[in-house]
Design a protein around this ligand. Sequence first.
Ligand code: COA
Length: 280
Amino acid sequence: MAQSKVVTVTVEDRIAWVNFARSDKRNAMNPELNRQMMATLDELEFRDDVGVLVLGGEGTAWSAGMDLKEYFRETEARGLRGVRESQRESYGWFRRLRWFQKPTIAMVNGWCFGGGFGPLFACDLAICADEAKFGLSEINWGILPGGGVTKVVVDLLSMRDAMWLTLTGDLIDGRQASAMRLVNESVPLDQLKARTTEVARTLLMKNPVALKYAKDAVRRVGTMTYDEAEDYLVRMQEAANFHDRSDGRKEGIRQFIDEKSYKPGLGPYDLAKAAARSSA
Ligand code: COA
């Protein structure tokens, strides 16, 4: 039987707008959605016409978390094999998104519960609507926030805020989420897409190889000692130099020092000029 589309994608001006699209179920993540998300990430990751991925939600929700019926009850009924299979599928695409080749932005329009914190954290940046509502509802239906969620809140929030959300299941709105640093910014819902587009365009102007190595570095160094991080960053810059066919760093220096056409302190070098030179 053909499965309905529960993930939608539109690529426009190098931004891939990927949406949770099960609005009748508040975009709860069932196994089918998890599989479609993985396939979508596979399809988009190395496309030349995609420079940034935005993850949004259709309808009133971003995502109401894991699907209680199809992800929990029905897979549990299939025994350990079913449970592990569905965990692999969901954790799999969250992990894939955390290390995605292009920068990613969570655009949180509405409800974001429990398991939804997985993809929220997986996105590099997060912008939400003031009207969005976030909550760790797990405690309300009798489990702990699993699937990495407890780790997400401990990494992103203060211990007191993490503990409060975990134990009370209280909702916070977009402004509170921004004040807690669960997201970067909160804006009124009617400005959410415009603001997200603006941030995405800022990223599109940067060297894409540098973006990938820089975002991975931010996630990696947190668990390293200073010396390990120093070494990792040296090696990663050398790897980036190898992968950056445009020799971006040299071009960036050239446009500043020789051409005096921009100032790195105030904005990025001109990628188009670099591309034209490397293809000449
Ligand atoms: N799992 C399974 N189904 C879900 C779901 C979830 N996480 N969240 C919503 N749904 C379903 C509802 O069962 C309902 O289905 P139905 O139309 O077949 O009855 C449909 O989506 C609409 O939900 P409803 O509760 O009527 O919408 P609402 O706008 O009044 O409330 C929420 C939205 C998100 C507050 C509410 O649906 C809710 O509390 N969902 C559960 C959140 C949660 O605990 N998630 C798990 C985290 S791990």
